[in-house]
Design a protein around this ligand. Structure first.
Ligand code: ZN
Length: 411
């Protein structure tokens, strides 16, 4: 079998294209393949499919293909152009690559697979013997392709969360599809406008199908949702994990204040107990149980605050918002009268957000999925010191967490 026939088979090249020439440079580990096409064949306009004669050709173009027998493999061809009465002069589609790509479809698919496996551009670049920009280009194109394909799908349960880009300041807003477990949107900052940017990208029909949105008690997100989602009042659910986190932080403030007071009297009862009070009753590890029981019996303010947090857990068992509200109201007045300022403060917060805390009873959604995606995003960021700016980082989030169909398909 001649070289040209062998490569025609390897590449899967079919009529009207054929392999015209093959040059193997063993020294530099590279093989170059030139494709040509039969004359007097018709070509389809890429816009309307109308069959037309070849008008002329583009300059010779080069595509990187999968390595063949360890050799870096390049395909060269001049692409026919047609003049469509309706669409003017157009370059026709070729079966081995997407328009404007410098890779063949198979190569592009492999880069996507390797990138998914390596989870970094740098890792994929080394394995594939490509440049950073080339791999990043594949990633960006894959995301664009995936985004274009997902238009119009229904999103019933959303989770909105903020993400600190740098510690303490500089935030990003991440919107997740809680059912698919995918990142739908990443926006700058954590303002009303950040979330609005997402809602603006949806059609009225899509906004109509949103059943509930889970979020922290953060008024900018609340306001954006209220403005865009029909009947938002009953659909906004303040995430139970965030609610419990706020209460947990109040317990910790009680502990810190009490510990300080006790230390002043040379009493170190609370020393090293910070993490004890994070446990729920049933989760206290056996090795700590005895000490924990002693602490609980010692008439401490911290133990009282912890017991309050424990009893609040019952809230999430209610199925009726009305009953949940009654319970929460009682809990809040207990906390307000507790004489523990941090508990009073958190109770006031819960009281003013009550209506959208109890919506949990109806929708039973949490940001749990979003939190999982958050840690995935953080690990992308950690591994990817190479993302030169936020746009690159965003593309990586969509690539790895967007649940997108990333592959190119032959037309
Ligand atoms: Zn046309």
């Amino acid at each position: 079998m001649k070289d040209v026939d062998l490569y025609a088979q390897i590449l899967g090249i079919t009529h009207p294209w054929f392999v015209a020439d093959v040059k193997l440079q063993a020294g530099s580990g590279r093989v170059d393949i030139w494709l040509d096409h039969k004359s007097r064949v018709s070509w389809a306009c890429p816009e309307c499919g109308c069959e037309l004669a070849c008008r002329d050709h583009s300059e010779e173009r080069t595509w990187r293909h999968l390595d063949t027998c360890q050799f870096k493999t390049f395909i060269h061809a001049r692409i026919p152009r047609v003049r469509c009465p309706e669409h003017g002069v157009r370059q026709v589609d070729v079966p081995w690559a997407e328009p404007r790509s410098r890779f063949t479809l198979l190569m592009e698919r492999l880069v996507i697979d390797v990138l998914t496996e390596c989870a970094t551009v740098e890792g994929a670049r080394k394995l594939m013997r490509l440049s950073w920009d080339e791999v990043y280009g594949v990633m960006k194109r894959a995301v664009r392709r995936g985004m274009a394909r997902k238009k119009q799908r229904q999103i019933r349960y959303l989770g909105v969360d903020e993400k600190a880009f740098r510690k303490g300041h500089s935030y990003m807003t991440v919107v997740c599809d809680l059912i698919r477990g995918s990142v739908e949107f990443v926006a700058e900052e954590r303002k009303t406008a950040s979330l609005e940017e997402y809602f603006r990208s949806l059609t009225p029909e899509q906004l109509e199908t949103v059943k509930a949105v889970s979020m922290d008690m953060w008024s900018p997100y609340f306001l954006a949702t209220q403005k865009w989602v029909p009947d938002a009042a009953g659909k906004i659910v303040f995430d139970r994990f965030h609610v419990m986190k706020h209460v947990g932080e109040a317990v910790d403030r009680v502990r810190r204040q009490e510990h300080k007071g006790l230390l002043a009297e040379k009493d170190d009862t609370l020393k090293g107990t910070k993490y004890f009070w994070l446990y729920r009753e049933e989760n206290v590890p056996d090795k700590y149980r005895a000490r924990f029981e002693t602490l609980r019996a010692a008439n401490l303010k911290t133990a009282k605050a912890w017991a309050m947090k424990e009893s609040l857990q019952a809230l999430w068992e209610y199925l009726s918002p009305g009953w949940a509200k009654r319970f929460l109201r009682k809990w809040c007045s207990w906390a307000v009268r507790s004489g523990l300022p941090p508990m009073k403060k958190v109770a006031q917060t819960l009281r003013s957000h009550m209506d959208n805390i109890v919506t949990f009873c109806r929708h039973r959604i949490t940001n749990g999925v979003a939190e999982g995606l958050n840690s995935k995003i953080m690990s992308i960021k950690r591994r990817a010191c190479g993302y030169r700016n936020r746009d690159n980082f965003k593309a990586a989030i969509y690539f790895f967490c967007g649940g997108l169909d990333l592959y190119p398909y032959p037309r």
